[in-house]
Design a protein around this ligand. Structure first.
Ligand code: HSE
Length: 474
């Protein structure tokens, strides 16, 4: 046995000076040679940034203020050579070298020295056109644009393959959490069973604020906008669109699911009222906007919905703008990722990580091996929403009179839906003895049956307005 190999039983540190010199002198020589080589020959990689908003400014901060880190990670000098935005006059929170800000896009697309384009414009157009132009001009792309990837993934990835380039998009899902990287590499040995995730920081922030009972829905939305979490159109955060777009990206990576985001059932958080937090707490739950992908023998179940999550589930403790992803794989079991899913530097961290991976060639490897958004690749079957099974929380405003419970349980019973629990409190306002809030939770029921039952319940003259339905998960 080589005597320098440590052995748990008989290893003794060897301090022979001659041996030490033999060990270190060649290493020292190689180190000095590599430093000299880098100083003389280190390549400079030029990149361009499109979109100089909150996230773009964060990317510029990391690339300018921590250039040494990026150089060390890549072994190359990385220069943010151009920043393009339709507004290049408003002062941002960073001093830029002169000549970096630019409004002449064509000169950037056609500059052969620019190797990577970072797209942070958001939305579909002109972002889509810009990405296609970058690829056509032989540049790799890094983007944080989940709407673009979810909507035009097939077209953009086909173009990248055609031009021999790559698209990296870690920041598109869960901001600073490296969930796409984990799904693309370290978890590849698994067949995934499920992903349950909080992927929208804005709605999680709003729900957390409302849960405290002191902040209204409207104030919480305004706060999320001021903190820079919300989309330009915050309706996309609160109506589940943003979450469903991220879910389809997770499903593409985790389950080979080729699915149009518009076809995935989604419910937002707009119908939730402060009373729901009180009842959820009474039942031992918290309310979260959950994005769910669950494999079964009939295919993949996908949905985004406000969900009562059992208080001891780690997802229930994820507050404010934090995101979290619980992945269950057949080998690894359950793994839980948590971090800031929105905001300037967490998102910029993911973008610069993608720039580094692209320079090192890691993106090129996963881009080729995963072969994402390729319509030639077979997709997992997607389960019909009517065939989902699950528990529900139902909130009714009902006429407070004899026989109402009998009517409601009759409708549910006719659809084979079994009641698991019921709460009705005396009205706080004693003068209003005509209506009452009734909360029911159900045992597992088929989604199609539940929706039919709710439809019938809303026709009853003793049920006022719409029934609020949330999913329940333990
Ligand atoms: N509006 C998004 C969110 C930003 O709140 O999660 C990150 O995609």
């Amino acid at each position: 046995m080589n005597q320098r190999q440590p052995n748990a039983k008989n290893y003794r540190p060897n301090v022979n000076i001659a041996d030490l010199c033999c060990d270190w002198i060649p290493d020292l020589f190689l180190f000095i040679r590599s430093v000299c080589f880098k100083l003389v020959f280190m390549e400079k990689i030029k990149i361009a940034l499109f979109g100089f908003g909150t996230i773009g400014t964060g990317v510029a901060k990391i690339l300018f203020n921590h250039a040494d880190r990026v150089a060390q990670a890549t072994g190359q000098t990385v220069e943010l050579a151009r920043i393009c935005d339709k507004d290049i006059t408003t002062r941002r929170d960073i001093e830029l070298p002169s000549g970096v800000l630019c409004s002449n896009l064509e000169s950037v697309f056609s500059d052969p020295e620019i190797k990577i384009g970072i797209e942070l414009i958001g939305g579909l157009e002109p972002a889509r056109t810009f990405v296609l132009r970058l690829l056509e001009h032989g540049k790799d792309v890094v983007t944080a644009n989940k709407a673009l990837i979810a909507q035009h993934g097939n077209e953009l990835f086909a173009a990248a393959r055609q031009f021999g380039r790559t698209i990296a998009f870690e920041a598109a899902v869960c901001g600073g959490i490296p969930i796409l990287s984990a799904l693309s590499t370290a978890l590849q040995a698994n067949t995934l069973q499920s992903i349950n995730a909080i992927v929208n920081g804005t709605s999680n922030y709003i729900l957390s604020q409302m849960e405290g009972g002191k902040t209204s829905y409207r104030d919480a939305v305004l706060q999320a906008q001021q903190l820079g979490y919300a989309e330009a159109n915050p309706a996309m955060d609160v109506d589940g669109t943003d979450a469903v777009q991220k879910l389809t990206i997770l499903a593409q990576l985790g389950f080979d699911a080729d699915v149009a985001w518009q076809s995935v059932p989604r419910m937002g958080i707009e119908s939730i009222e402060s009373i729901d937090f009180r009842y959820a707490k009474e039942l031992g739950y918290r309310i979260k906007l959950l994005a769910v992908a669950e494999r079964s023998s009939e295919g993949l179940e996908l949905h985004v919905s406000p969900t009562l999550v059992k208080a001891d589930n780690p997802l229930a403790g994820v507050r404010d703008a934090f995101n979290a992803v619980k992945v269950v794989g057949d080998s690894v079991g359950s793994v839980f990722f948590q971090g800031l899913g929105a905001g300037q530097l967490p998102t910029a961290s993911a973008i610069v990580g993608d720039v580094i991976d692209t320079i090192l060639g890691r993106t090129a490897i996963t881009f080729r091996t995963l072969n994402l958004w390729n319509s030639d690749k077979p997709s997992i079957a997607i389960k019909s929403p009517n065939e989902f099974f699950g528990k529900s929380y139902l909130r009714f405003s009902v006429q407070d009179q004899p026989g109402v419970m009998h009517e409601i349980s009759g409708v549910l019973g006719n659809w084979g839906i079994s009641i698991a629990s019921m709460i009705q409190h005396e009205p706080e306002n004693k003068t209003d003895n005509k209506s009452a809030v009734l909360i029911l939770t159900t045992h597992e029921a088929r989604e199609g049956d539940l929706l039919e039952a709710i439809n019938q319940l809303e026709q009853l003259h003793t049920v006022h307005g719409n029934v609020v339905r949330l999913r329940v998960q333990n």
